[in-house]
Design a protein around this ligand. Structure first.
Ligand code: SAH
Length: 364
C-alpha cells in the first residue's frame, strides 16, 4: 500500500466524477472508470483498455485499486459453500463466505478486521478490533468472489467479522455502491446487515431510506441474559434496542430479522422461551435460531438437534414466525470468524501449517 495513493474503488460515482474533473478529464471518463471498477471488476489500471496509456499512467500515480487477495479458498464437501480468506493491503486478513442457493448466490462479507463488541460466544471478538474496512475492501470481497466463481452474486449479508454499525460511514457508502445500478446492482431487498444493537446507528440507518433488511443479534430475551452474553447490552438496554427495531420497521416497512444463537443451558430454557415469545409476539419480525457454533476458546455448546427442534416447535405453537438456520460449510469453518481465527492463531504461534488440518487446529 502506498500512503499517498488514494483508494479509488471507495469513491462513489459522484466523487469519482469530481476527481476526474480535478484531473481535467471529461465527465464520460468517470463513467468509463466506474464501469471498469464496479462492473467489469478490474484489478489493475492496465486492464482499462479504452483509456489512453497516458491517462492510465496518471491514474496509477495518484490512485490504487486496493488489493483483496485470496489467501485460502476452501470448498465444503457437504454443500455448495465456499469460504475465502482474504489478505488486505496491510497484511490484515478477513473472511467471506459464498453460498449457492436455488434462488441465487449469496455472499457474506466482513466489515472490520476483528471486532470490539466482545460477544462471549463469538470467535471474531477474541483478538479485538484491528481496524475498520474501507468501502472498497467490502466491495472487493464480493467482486473477488464473483470473479473467481464466475457466477453473479445476487444476495449479500453483512454478517462476517466486525460490527457494520461500528463502521457506519464506510458501511453506508458500501451499501450505496453495491446496490448502485451503475455498479454490481444488487437489489437492496437482497441485502441483510446484522447488528449487535448499536441503537443510535440503528435509528440513523432507519432514516437513510434504504430497503435493506436489518438483522438484530438478540441472543438473550431479558436484559440480564443478554448482558451476560453481549457486553454491548450493558450500554444499550434491551428495551431501547427493541424500540429501535420497531422504528426501523416503521420507517422502512422492512421486517426485522431477530437472530438468536441457541446455547445449551444458557438461553434455551422454558423461561427463555416465554420471554422470547413475549418479545416476538409484539412485533412483525422473523426469528432465526442458530445453534451456537462452538468456538475452541469458549465454553458454549449447542443444544442437541432434538432440543433445538423442540424449542422451535414450541415457539411456532406460540404463533412465532421462526426458522432454524441450516448450518452450512461446517467442515470448512463456515461460521462466524472461525476461519480467520484459526489462521491468526496458527500464524501467530505455530508456523505455517495447513489450517484445514483439524488435528493441527485442536492442538493450538
Ligand atoms: N456484529 C454483527 C454481525 C456479525 S456476526 C452482529 O453482531 O450481528 C453475525 C451473527 O453471527 C450474529 O448474530 C452473531 O451474534 C452470530 N454469531 C457469532 N458467533 C457465533 C457463534 N459462535 N455461533 C452462532 N452464532 C454466532
Amino acid at each position: 500500500m502506498s500512503v499517498n495513493k488514494k483508494d479509488i474503488c471507495s469513491y462513489s460515482f459522484e466523487q469519482l466524477a469530481e476527481e476526474m474533473e480535478k484531473l481535467g478529464e471529461k465527465p464520460f471518463r468517470a463513467k468509463q472508470i466506474y464501469e471498469w471498477l464496479h462492473v467489469r471488476l478490474a484489478d489493475d489500471f492496465d486492464e482499462m483498455t479504452n483509456l489512453s496509456k497516458n491517462l492510465r499512467g496518471r491514474l496509477d500515480e495518484r490512485y490504487e485499486i486496493r488489493k483483496v487477495e485470496v489467501l485460502k479458498r476452501l470448498r465444503s464437501k457437504a454443500d455448495a459453500t465456499e469460504k475465502f480468506l482474504f489478505e488486505l493491503c496491510d497484511g490484515n486478513v478477513v473472511e467471506s463466505v459464498w453460498m449457492k442457493y436455488p434462488y441465487g448466490n449469496s455472499v457474506c462479507i466482513s466489515s472490520q478486521a476483528g471486532c470490539r463488541m466482545g460477544c462471549r460466544f463469538c470467535a471474531s471478538a477474541i483478538g479485538g478490533r484491528i481496524r475498520d474496512l474501507t468501502p472498497s475492501e467490502m466491495l472487493r470481497q464480493v467482486y473477488r468472489i464473483q470473479k473467481l466463481t464466475g457466477e453473479r452474486v445476487s444476495n449479500l449479508v453483512v454478517m462476517g467479522t466486525g460490527e457494520p454499525l461500528d463502521n457506519y460511514d464506510n458501511f453506508l457508502a458500501f451499501i450505496h455502491m453495491i446496490t448502485d445500478p451503475r455498479g454490481l446492482n444488487i437489489s437492496q431487498r437482497s441485502v441483510t446487515a446484522s447488528t449487535c444493537g448499536i441503537v443510535p446507528n440503528m435509528r440513523r440507518l432507519a432514516n437513510e431510506k434504504l430497503q435493506i433488511t436489518l438483522a438484530l443479534s438478540l441472543h438473550g430475551a431479558t436484559q440480564e441474559k443478554r448482558e451476560r452474553l453481549m457486553p454491548i447490552a450493558g450500554k444499550y438496554k434491551l428495551q431501547e434496542v427493541l424500540e429501535a427495531c420497531d422504528y426501523y420497521f416503521e420507517k422502512t416497512g422492512r421486517r426485522v430479522t431477530f437472530e438468536y444463537s441457541l446455547i445449551q443451558g444458557v438461553n434455551d430454557t422454558e423461561e427463555d422461551l416465554r420471554e422470547l415469545t413475549e418479545i416476538m409476539r409484539k412485533r412483525n419480525g422473523h426469528l432465526n435460531l442458530i445453534p451456537v457454533n462452538p468456538v475452541e476458546e469458549r465454553n458454549y455448546r449447542k443444544p442437541g438437534r432434538k432440543n433445538a427442534l423442540e424449542f422451535k416447535n414450541k415457539l411456532e405453537k406460540n404463533g412465532i414466525n421462526v426458522t432454524i438456520r441450516r448450518e452450512r460449510g461446517a467442515d470448512i469453518n463456515g461460521a462466524c470468524g472461525q476461519l480467520r481465527r484459526s489462521y491468526v492463531t496458527v500464524k501467530k504461534g505455530e508456523g505455517d501449517e495447513d489450517i484445514c488440518d483439524d488435528r493441527r487446529r485442536k492442538k493450538t
